[in-house]
Design a protein around this ligand. Sequence first.
Ligand SMILES: [Fe+2]
Length: 293
Amino acid sequence: MATKIKIHDKISIKAIHPVIGAEVSGVDLSQELDTEIIRSIREAWYEYGLLLFRNQRISGDDQLRFASNFGPIAERHKPKPGANIKEVGEAPDWVNLMLVTDKKDEDGKPVGGLGHGEMWFHSDKCYHERPHRASFLYGIEIPKQGGHTKFSSLYGAYDNMRGELKEKLAEARVMQGYDYRNVERLDLNIDLDNIFHFSQPLIVTNPGSKRKALYVSRLNSMWIEGMIRDESEQILSELFDLTEDQNNYYEHIWQPGDLMMWDNLACLHARTDWPKDQTRMLRRCTTLGEPLG
Ligand SMILES: [Fe+2]
């Protein structure tokens, strides 16, 4: 990926994969950053969809301050009363900073959310009218093996769609939902009143990069609106495979102190499993995006 953007002379930006992501160096996120540096980071984020900052020592407040440069900080949506939260457990109360962890306190209660183990590709909060646009995930405790995060390019997936499908689905909408399962398609007969769900455009033109992205994921996308179920399932299966093609994603091996920042309209993310006797802890905040129309 050739860099067309003008980079501030204090920082450097280097691609980490042929289709997605770049590492940014020369930035200390524990400090307030000047507007020109933020502008360069924003342009790099539009261009690469995913940015990695290594060796950061930041508090929750530092993380929120940095994130707030990219949009209003999003607040928690509490699970609906009928939601299935058995698999992940009820996370303790939080407002805008969530611990993504399988750690438990002395009484065996989870200290954060999203539990243990593999999680399929998804896009944060794509099932709300205003999906969360930027996600910021900070590595605190990392297992010795596994617990990686895969980031898949939705631009790459769109570019690799058959021309016939691009035409057929140009105006299509897809029902996005979530029922707190990590590695299972949503039950297509589920009562929608019990889960968060929202009908979104299937192809989204990213407001930052102006590139088209294929806005589907195996964990969240239920059906293509107005299409008979068999055809919808067949097409979604082909589209999921495009997003998950091994040439279309970067797999990040975490180190404590890594901060990853990504655009949920440009990429999906997934996590790999790790041994049951090891724990993992990351800290997340997100910014609220605009409705997609
Ligand atoms: Fe996520």
